[in-house]
Design a protein around this ligand. Structure first.
Ligand code: FMN
Ligand code: FE2
Ligand code: FE2
Length: 398
């Protein structure tokens, strides 16, 4: 039987779940899958807001569009974001509805031509005037570049205060029955998925997220329809608050200890420092081996906790390659506002801590104590330095 999932007014969810893909953007793990949300507005005029990734769900997606339209033409296809996880079915929609007008901005259309060779039936938002009148719903288009590509915009319905926000307010994780925020256990399943999505995908563009949030300031929003993850209708303020907090680098009072170790000396210090911090009364402490935990999760932990303690053994004159990859990513994302501690073991002429110190200088995080560099196995003297680091870090967090 055909189920309609009404958001409000004449707006319906027609998204799909992707449980096949292992890596989003071919890099970020998807143990819980991902949803590509698409929306159809069946008003006096009809419109689709964003499509889905082309991964084999296209036939059922098109079929659902037909069911909603009941023989009527599709008037508009609004492209908020051109990334392939949302533009994957643009071409099939145009083939099926050749008269559809595609709504986007100049940058959208450049990318649309480059990927699909589509150059006709385009309606630039700059030509639309104040609102696009669909009948009951009236749409405004707001540029929100770099969340997550330069062309990205949001569509806002002034009748029911619906924000079609593209990737902003999105999350990893499929929609398993529950689609709306009041139908799911957000804390149990989505919060970690959402922070990981935010940090991995949008984290580099925190300042642009802040700019977009400023544009939204004072605008009534009753529904948030992102392109990934739940639709917010009961408590949209919650997801706005989360994105605001994360894009300001506001984090919990806890410590993420991340280490690289081949023979256990650097690892031993990680455990020792963690124990000492716990003795100082800090409860939120997590230790990660960078060789085991995928960088996607390490990045997410950085957004979770205020304090970061990094340990690396030396490796061919450098820090350990996987730690180096992580540090490079932190610099590339220009993550701000962290408390930092450093440690590591070596047995030739070093390289691990030396390069972690260069990283610390480049990124500008507040180093709370001297770095602990150990020749071979840590001595009592070195463990005393670990005590000092733990005490200083706990002191800053309390
Ligand atoms: C492939 C390889 C490369 C290494 N490169 C360096 C190096 O450039 N400088 C150094 O001082 N030690 C180097 N070492 C020695 C390790 O850093 C040293 O054994 C250290 O104590 C290992 O710490 P861990 O027990 O935490 O793995 C290297 C060891 C290996 C196996
Ligand atoms: Fe995107
Ligand atoms: Fe996306």
């Amino acid at each position: 039987m055909f189920t309609r999932i009404n958001i409000t007014g004449k707006v319906y969810w027609i998204g799909v779940n992707d449980r096949k893909k292992h890596l989003f953007e071919n890099i970020w793990p998807l143990p819980d899958g991902v949803a590509y949300n698409s929306y159809i507005i069946v008003d006096e005029k009809t419109a689709i807001v964003d499509t889905i990734e082309s991964f084999g769900a296209g036939t059922s997606y098109l079929h659902r569009i037909e069911q909603h339209l009941e023989g009527r033409p599709l008037n508009y296809l609004i492209i908020n974001h051109m990334e392939l996880d949302h533009s994957g079915e643009v071409k099939t929609i145009i083939e099926k509805y050749p008269d559809v007008k595609i709504i986007g901005n100049s940058t959208t259309f450049k990318i649309l031509a480059a990927y699909f060779g589509i150059t006709e039936n385009l309606l630039n938002t700059s030509e639309i005037g104040d609102t696009l009148d669909l009948g009951y719903h009236k749409l405004k288009f707001v540029m929100t570049p770099w969340i997550h590509w330069p062309e990205t915009m949001m569509t806002y319905d002034t009748t029911d205060n619906i924000l079609f926000s593209a990737d902003a307010f999105g999350s990893f994780g499929t929609l398993d029955g529950g689609i709306f925020d009041d139908e799911i256990n957000f804390e149990a399943y989505y919060e970690d998925n959402m922070r990981r999505y935010f940090s991995n995908i949008v984290g580099k563009y925190c300042n642009m997220t802040q700019k977009a949030l400023k544009k939204l300031d004072g605008v009534p929003v009753n529904y948030i329809c992102s392109t990934h993850g739940p639709v917010w209708r009961k408590n949209p303020e919650k997801v706005i608050e989360l994105y605001d907090k994360w894009s300001c680098y506001e984090a919990e009072s806890g410590v993420a200890i991340m280490y690289a170790s081949m023979y256990g000396n650097t690892e031993a210090m990680a455990d020792y420092i963690a124990r000492r911090i716990a003795e100082e009364g800090i409860k939120e402490i997590r230790i990660f081996d960078v060789s085991k935990t995928h960088i996607s999760y390490l990045i997410s932990e950085i957004w979770k906790y205020k304090a970061v303690i990094l340990g690396s053994c030396a490796y061919n004159g450098e820090m350990y390659p996987l730690m180096e990859q992580f540090c490079r990513e932190m610099e590339h994302m220009s993550v701000k506002n962290k408390l930092l501690g450093l440690f590591g073991s070596y047995s030739w002429s070093g390289g691990g801590v030396k390069n972690l110190l260069k990283f610390a200088e480049n990124i500008g995080w507040e180093q709370v104590a001297d770095a602990i560099e150990v020749y071979g196995i840590p001595t009592d003297e070195k463990y005393t330095q670990c005590d000092a680091l733990a005490k200083a870090m706990a002191g800053k967090l309390k």
